[in-house]
Design a binder for this molecule. Structure first.
Ligand code: HEM
Length: 505
């Protein structure tokens, strides 16, 4: 981008090229218009780039004008829909026609390999089958709960220090560290302790992991990434360097685990660990590359999503103190505990049965995800010509995306108070959580590829929220700050969430 802007000749040649490609596209569209009805053109992808920092606002504006619209791109159209009937059609009814496609696979494979996020067809089906079985086991549920409880207590002790010393703290950063520790332990069964920043190797893994995700995302807007990769220069050289650090670290853990398992087998002692890697080692052959892809996809899936959601949640609670109080009250009623002195003991008492009773908390987290979905827009590639339920046609190769961020703000879906943070909208007259159609509330996707970690994520977010909100009160460090997102795959709070923390009692 910088290179482009600093070279006017190159910039104008590229612009002329892009404009001519668009003209051909418009001509082709005009010629074919008589036969089929394509979604209205709302602009070109250049507008996406020009609105990069406020892209979700921009897409929401377009979505409120057109339920389904089209942006012209050099080699295909990009179709965006916020119509629940279309969403159901692409995610479920005609699922096989809307996959990740070669386009996404090509961008993602250096980091994600053949992991569940990047692949379609048989490769996806196989991993989905084993993974959904593992995710539904009581073993993994119990194992993960203990880890979440431990890490939530650890965070509470840190909050206590912050409250006592009257400092401020970036909660998004804390949740990121904590979520990486949690998912890392659940995935590999290894202590990571990123929160305490005790391990140099662990810290460089954490940094390399974040850099690799950001550099992989950059490929979606950098049309020259393929050439840069071939020449191993710029962002692509950086990506290669960072993925190598990630890989070395992960392979080391995998080999160590294989050795441990072999030793245990030889000594006929049963394994006592129930981490995801151990489980996969038992049900699949021990190909380290296959394991690396599977496990790394889980770490990516489980880290930023839960951490950013918790950060937006705390932000919304700072803006709505009465909701913050109501949650603290619910936790107190359900657990019967008021003044909590021992955070670890309290966290350990948060069993699944206890969490299940926290219906208002469940509603408030869900309401956060409606307004600030961790995955704000999600795209598929159409593999053969098709017609959507609203009558608009789609061509083979077109990108078709549904938009959780824009959909969460549509009055046509949620009513006139769509933009209001209102956990009550999720509760019935008895205060019991009432789920919505996953084709309207799309934060976890829907259909056969619905998020596999949904229950897992709620368990983690509810444990962290229950511990933190029953012990502390959160306030923005700067009440006047205008908080917005940073454009990335996940919806991060731009520049973090600096808060003040007070002991509740
Ligand atoms: C607030 C938390 C979370 C949200 C909002 C969320 C949302 C999503 C979304 C939108 C997708 C579809 C992405 C795509 O198009 O490929 C997805 C897929 C997935 N999620 Fe989550 N996720 C969350 C947490 C987690 C956690 C904690 C895990 C596991 C540790 C997880 C595991 C997965 C997996 C494995 C898939 C791929 C499913 C497939 O392709 O069959 N997620 N999630």
């Amino acid at each position: 981008m910088e290179f482009l802007l600093s070279n006017p000749i190159f910039f104008f040649t590229a612009l002329a090229l892009v404009l001519s490609i668009f003209s051909v596209q418009i001509l082709k569209w005009k010629l074919s218009r008589r036969k089929k009805k394509y979604p209205p053109i709302a602009g070109t992808v250049l507008q996406h780039l020009l609105n990069f920092n406020r892209v979700h606002h921009y897409m929401t504006e377009l979505a409120s004008r057109y339920k389904t619209y089209r942006l012209l791109a050099p080699f295909r159209s990009e179709i965006y829909t916020s119509d629940p009937a279309n969403v159901e059609y692409i995610l479920k009814t005609n699922f096989d026609n809307y996959g990740k496609g070669w386009y996404n696979y090509n961008i993602l494979r250096d980091l994600l390999g053949d992991g569940i996020f990047a692949v379609d067809g048989e490769k996806w089906r196989q991993q989905r089958k084993i993974s959904s079985h593992e995710f539904s086991t009581k073993m993994l549920r119990d194992f993960s709960s203990v880890i979440f409880q431990k890490n939530a207590a650890k965070l509470a002790y840190k909050m206590s220090e912050i409250a006592t010393s009257n400092q401020t703290i970036d909660m998004q950063d804390q949740f990121m560290k904590s979520a990486l520790d949690s998912i890392f332990q659940v995935a590999f069964g290894a202590e990571f302790d990123n929160m305490c920043e005790s391990s140099e190797e662990g810290k460089s893994f954490g940094d390399a992991f974040d850099n690799s995700s950001a550099l992989t995302l950059w490929r979606y807007v950098d049309v020259f990434w393929g050439i840069k990769k071939f020449l191993n220069v710029g962002s692509e050289a950086l990506l290669r360097k960072n993925t190598k650090i990630v890989d070395d670290f992960v392979y080391k853990l995998i080999h160590r685990k294989i050795e441990q398992m072999q030793q245990k087998e030889n000594s006929s002692v049963t394994m006592d660990r129930e981490d995801i890697l151990s489980r996969f080692l038992r049900v699949s052959n021990a190909d380290p590359k296959y394991l690396r892809d599977i496990i790394l996809n889980f770490v990516i899936a489980g880290k930023d999503t839960t951490a950013t959601t918790l950060a937006w949640f705390i932000y919304l609670l700072c803006k709505h103190p009465s909701v913050q109080e109501k949650i603290a009250q619910e936790v107190e009623e359900v657990t019967g505990m008021k003044k909590i002195a021992n955070f670890s003991e309290f966290a350990s008492s948060l069993s699944e049965d206890v969490l299940e009773k926290m219906q208002y908390l469940h509603a408030a987290i869900t309401e956060t995800l409606r307004i600030y979905p961790a995955v704000p827009v999600d795209s598929k590639i159409c593999s053969s010509d098709d017609t959507l339920p609203d009558g608009f046609s789609v061509r083979k190769g077109d990108m078709v995306a549904y938009q959780p961020y824009a959909m969460g703000r549509m009055k046509t879906i949620w009513g006139d108070d769509a933009e209001k943070f209102k956990p009550e909208r999720w509760l019935d007259e008895n205060g019991i959580f009432r789920p919505e159609s996953p084709f309207k509330f799309t934060a976890f996707q829907a259909g056969p590829r619905i998020c596999l970690g949904k229950e897992f994520a709620y368990r983690q977010m509810k444990i962290f929220s229950a511990v933190l909100l029953s012990c502390f009160v959160f306030k923005m460090s700067d009440e006047n700050r205008v908080v917005t997102y940073r454009t990335m795959i996940n919806l991060h709070i731009n520049e973090g969430l600096e808060v003040r923390v007070f002991h509740r009692y």
